[in-house]
Design a protein around this ligand. Structure first.
Ligand SMILES: Cc1cc2nc3c(=O)[nH]c(=O)nc-3n(C[C@H](O)[C@H](O)[C@H](O)COP(=O)(O)O)c2cc1C
Length: 366
């Protein structure tokens, strides 16, 4: 072996040292990863256009011209433009009754304030558009779409010098996006935290890499160690996209209760469920997900209806900091998240471990 196996075409595309992408909702994590030689994409789907603009400024002030990304959700299933009341009124009584049963059975407190889902880009296409306008205006280096094909925004983004990445759970989605000309594909498998399809990470990364040509493929789903990184590169990926890995890190702003649960959890503590948002999603098991699995439960609704239905439970549990009720998105790689380390150390541990694997297998140059 004559060259650095971690220097991939994704590193060249971005001008970064390591092919490690952090997906995070926490600005401090994003900045720490970027300043450690990796790349970070900040999830902004739940934020107003004004908040997104402020976050972009905040990040730019701390990364000395290095690149970063912003992720939105742009699902085709989002209603064109509808009010929360309008969507709520379509939730069937049977589902409301089941929700009520769970709230009473587990003594779930109501949220302190009524839940405001107005900002979620998946709730209306008009809102997703308004969020997107900010990214284009700000010439964000990488625009990623976690749900829904970003093909429609390619011309506008490229005109402004922005790259566009699409996240897929199926090879046929990847094929369409590659044909449209996206700049990188995140091939995300069933092991992943959050919204995810039913294809395993090993299978989707290999399949999508096989059809990608020169376009970088970024593997996602269950990746939490340097061994995973090395394996992803062996499958044909040019980098890894990781979410769970950063949740319990020192800089992460999530509740300490969830950090402690993540550090203690293994893959078996996660569940693939459509009971939270209406899309299939991997999260830590909680009474809400377990009740919706029972035979007497109604079929969860589609998005955005199920998301509105689950919102009082989720917010009520979080507001009261009830460890027995709270949940968070978590991937199957969570078993390797065993300490609350600084992001910089997570990056360097991953790099060291991956290089060690390649060295053991084929030997690395001195
Ligand atoms: C707490 C959390 C929230 C997430 N929210 C989003 C989101 O808003 N948009 C998105 O595209 N992906 C979201 N994801 C999924 C990540 O982008 C990523 O695909 C996933 O975490 C990869 O799997 P892993 O967690 O096993 O590394 C989320 C993941 C986590 C852990």
């Amino acid at each position: 072996m004559t060259q650095d196996p971690l220097h991939t075409k994704l590193c060249d595309q971005l001008g970064v040292e390591f092919p490690i992408v952090s997906f995070t909702h926490c600005k401090d994590v994003a900045v720490a990863v970027i300043n450690s030689g990796g790349f970070a994409v900040l999830g902004e789907a739940m934020h107003t256009p004004e908040e997104i603009e402020a976050d972009i400024k905040w990040i730019r002030e701390r990364i000395d011209g290095k690149p970063f990304g912003i992720d939105l959700v742009l699902p085709a299933s989002a209603p064109a433009e509808s009010s929360l009341d309008e969507i709520s009124s379509k939730i069937p009584e049977s589902h409301r009754e089941f929700e009520q049963m769970i709230m009473e059975k587990y003594d779930v407190p109501m949220p302190k304030e009524s839940v405001d889902l107005h900002q979620w880009g998946g709730l209306s296409q008009a809102l997703g558009r308004a969020q997107l306008e900010v990214l284009l205006e700000e010439r964000v280096p990488v625009i990623a779409s976690g749900l829904g094909s970003p093909a429609f925004l390619l011309d506008a983004a490229h005109e402004r010098g922005s790259l566009v990445w699409g996240l897929v759970g199926r090879t046929r989605q990847a094929k369409r996006q590659l044909e449209a000309g996206v700049d990188a594909i995140i091939a995300q498998g069933f092991d992943a935290a959050g919204h995810t399809g039913d294809m395993g990470t090993l299978s989707i990364v290999a399949e999508v890499s096989a059809i990608a040509g020169d376009t970088p493929i970024i593997a996602a789903g269950g990746i939490t160690t340097g061994r995973h990184l090395a394996a992803a590169l062996c499958l044909g990926a040019s980098g890894v996209w990781t979410g769970t890995l950063w949740l319990a890190c020192r800089e992460s702003d999530i509740d300490m209760i969830i950090k402690e649960r993540l550090v203690a959890a293994t893959a078996a503590d996660t569940v693939w469920s459509d009971s939270i948002s209406g899309f299939t999603m991997r999260v830590l098991k909680c009474p809400w997900t377990e009740e919706w699995k029972k035979p007497e439960a109604p079929r969860p609704l589609t998005s955005p209806y199920q998301m509105i239905l689950s919102s009082d439970y989720i917010q009520g549990a979080n507001d009261a900091r009830r460890a027995d009720l709270m949940t968070e998105a978590s991937g199957q790689g969570v078993g390797f998240v065993t300490e609350m380390l600084p992001a910089r150390q997570i990056v360097s541990d991953m790099v060291e471990e991956a290089l060690g694997v390649f060295d053991d297998l084929v030997g690395l140059p001195d």
